[in-house]
Ligand binder design. Structure first.
Ligand code: HEC
Ligand code: HEC
Ligand code: HEC
Ligand code: HEC
Length: 459
């Protein structure tokens, strides 16, 4: 843990200033629009497992989504919930995600209550400056840390200011809300509020107050969606999950001429210059497989794999004890009596499942190993490369036929135990998109047994 922290210390020379206005004002572009990219609820998903084609997501592909907008014309925000718990693996992921946000030029990360807990446990609450900046509605009261962030953009000859702040939905009263924004607005300002959950009364309050132009809360589905109906204000966005999509708000000056879409903005309290001449368009951009991958993020994932290895997580996994004192004996133990089945199995893909993980460098990752070796969750099952026999690697005989100790000891007179065709334990929709509907074809590809009663069967 110590070396892990040391490794990342450099990263966290700190946390940011209240309403830090970026010194470098982005330069204007002809189209005049700016893009606000919103991610969040990664819940530890750094990269899709790659088990099956067509998977969305991956930090290394996110860069391509952001790079569709020039640096000076975009604001990149993460709404928090970086990881799904506080295990050692989660903490490693948390650090990696923050570092990835740096590489990806995030402007801002909003930390949830759980994120703040982790940040605090990792000793990362003490600095004055961080990249990206961090805001939270849950900072400990003794830490003088920001709940808001502002960045100004040049839009043609005009300026547009984007402000992001956060609130615990339970404390969503109007007075508290007012306190979160700089008023009066001295520039046309697009105010974004991040809340931890959807609450109608918060939205009603926001509507009355006319303070907030966009409300973002964590949604339930992978895909972010626009909840409000244009031109309703505020624009309400339910964020996505697992980094499969990026929500994008395109804020652009309306073209001259009569406006049919209606204004998304009216003059809120204290606005000295109106921003009702801006249009806002929402889209959910898929982080698709075809997108180019960014080298520094590919490297960062390798660092992650290395940290997982060094932390020895496989050896620390909790393991169940098998019933009836059964133990896993490994595929080689079946060979002597089932030579035919063994040799057939060895030529099929299940016998290479571990090598497949090695090929992608994930053989030390507890999240991967479960479906690629024998009995990873049990005592006597696969533990790790150095601690376990090679015969427990791969999807072996006992993944499907159950732990074989009794069967072997009694030379076959005790039946093997498990249902043989529980394929969907591993061939889940996420890990094997083509499995459902093609069960027969999958089944045929693994045939390693003879027709019943064929000559040479073990008797
Ligand atoms: C010492 C010899 C021996 C070893 C080692 C052995 N088996 Fe068997 N196995 C047999 C015999 C004999 C039968 C036939 C028993 C019968 O038909 O009643 C059998 C039957 C089976 C069957 C079909 C019947 C059933 O129990 O479901 C499966 C499946 C099987 N073995 C799997 C395995 C696996 C997996 C291993 C390794 C963990 C293994 N065997 C190791 C001798 C052995
Ligand atoms: C313990 C987890 C696990 C179980 C149970 C399992 N599989 Fe697999 N299966 C895998 C893994 C992992 C791979 C990928 C191996 C690789 O590519 O190296 C795979 C690959 C396959 C493939 C190759 C797919 C392709 O694209 O060519 C087939 C076919 C297959 N399994 C069929 C089955 C069937 C049928 C069952 C049930 C009788 C089953 N599997 C049960 C984990 C499992
Ligand atoms: C729930 C079980 C499960 C888990 C967990 C799992 N895999 Fe797999 N993996 C599979 C199955 C099943 C296949 C075969 C899919 C198919 O061909 O339909 C597979 C195939 C693969 C392949 C081969 C893909 C190909 O195109 O040949 C790779 C690589 C892979 N997995 C990597 C990983 C990594 C990395 C992780 C962890 C991040 C992981 N797996 C976690 C079940 C799993
Ligand atoms: C992916 C799952 C899977 C793996 C891995 C696997 N088997 Fe099987 N095995 C099956 C299924 C499914 C059947 C067919 C059962 C049926 O038709 O009822 C079967 C059939 C058999 C049979 C014939 C059973 C009978 O009743 O006649 C034997 C023996 C056997 N397997 C042994 C092995 C051995 C030994 C290994 C490892 C070298 C192995 N199997 C690996 C799933 C698997």
């Amino acid at each position: 843990m110590k070396c892990l922290l040391a490794f990342f210390c450099a990263l966290f020379l700190c946390v940011s200033q209240i309403f830090a206005v970026s010194a470098r004002l982005p330069k204007a572009e002809t189209d005049g629009s700016i893009a606000v990219f919103i991610t969040g609820n990664e819940l530890g998903a750094l990269q899709p497992c790659g088990c099956s084609g067509g998977q969305l997501g991956g930090l290394d592909r996110r860069a391509a989504v952001f790079n569709a907008a020039a640096k000076s014309r975009r604001l990149i925000i993460d709404t928090g919930s970086l990881v799904d718990g506080d295990s050692e693996q989660d903490l490693i992921k948390f650090n990696i995600l923050l570092q990835a946000f740096g590489f990806l030029d995030y402007d801002l990360v909003n930390l949830t209550k759980e994120d703040v807990g982790i940040t605090r446990n990792l000793g990362l609450l003490n600095g004055a400056d961080s990249l990206p900046a961090m805001i939270s509605a849950y900072w400990p009261s003794d830490a003088n840390l920001p709940a808001g962030f502002t960045r100004n953009f040049d839009v043609g000859a005009k300026k547009l200011s984007v402000t992001v702040t956060c609130l615990d939905a339970k404390s969503g009263n109007l007075e508290k809300l007012k306190g979160l924004f700089v008023l009066p607005r001295t520039l046309p300002t697009f105010n974004i509020l991040i809340v931890n959950e959807f609450k109608q009364d918060v939205i009603d309050t926001i509507r009355q107050g006319g303070l907030v132009d966009c409300l973002v809360y964590p949604g339930d589905s992978d895909r972010p969606r626009l909840v409000s109906k244009p031109p309703e204000r505020p624009v309400v966005v339910a964020g996505g999950k697992f980094g499969k999509y990026v929500a994008r708000l395109k804020i652009s000056p309306k073209s001259a001429g009569p406006d049919t879409s209606g204004s998304l903005f009216d003059k809120g309290q204290g606005i000295t210059e109106s921003i009702d001449s801006y249009d806002v368009k929402f889209s959910a951009v898929p982080v698709a497989e075809e997108l180019p991958r960014d080298d520094s993020l590919i490297q960062l994932y390798r660092v992650y794999q290395q940290l997982i290895k060094e932390a020895g997580l496989l050896e620390k996994q909790p393991r169940f004890i098998l019933p009836n004192e059964l133990i896993y004996v490994g595929s080689n133990a079946c060979k002597s009596c089932h030579e035919y089945e063994y040799s057939k199995w060895s030529t099929k893909i299940h016998a290479h499942a571990y090598a497949t993980l090695e090929r992608v460098g994930s053989q030390f990752d507890p999240e991967c190993i479960v479906c690629h070796v024998v009995g990873a969750e049990y005592e006597s099952g696969f533990v790790s490369e150095s601690k376990s026999s090679e015969n427990l690697r791969n999807v072996g005989c006992e993944n499907c036929h159950g732990p074989g100790s009794e069967h072997v000891k009694t030379a076959g007179s005790t039946k093997t135990s498990e249902p043989k065709a529980d394929c969907d334990l591993c061939h889940t929709p996420e890990n094997s998109a083509n499995y459902a509907g093609n069960e027969r074809q999958y089944f045929e590809k693994i045939i390693h047994w003879r027709e019943p009663n064929s000559p040479g069967d073990v008797q």
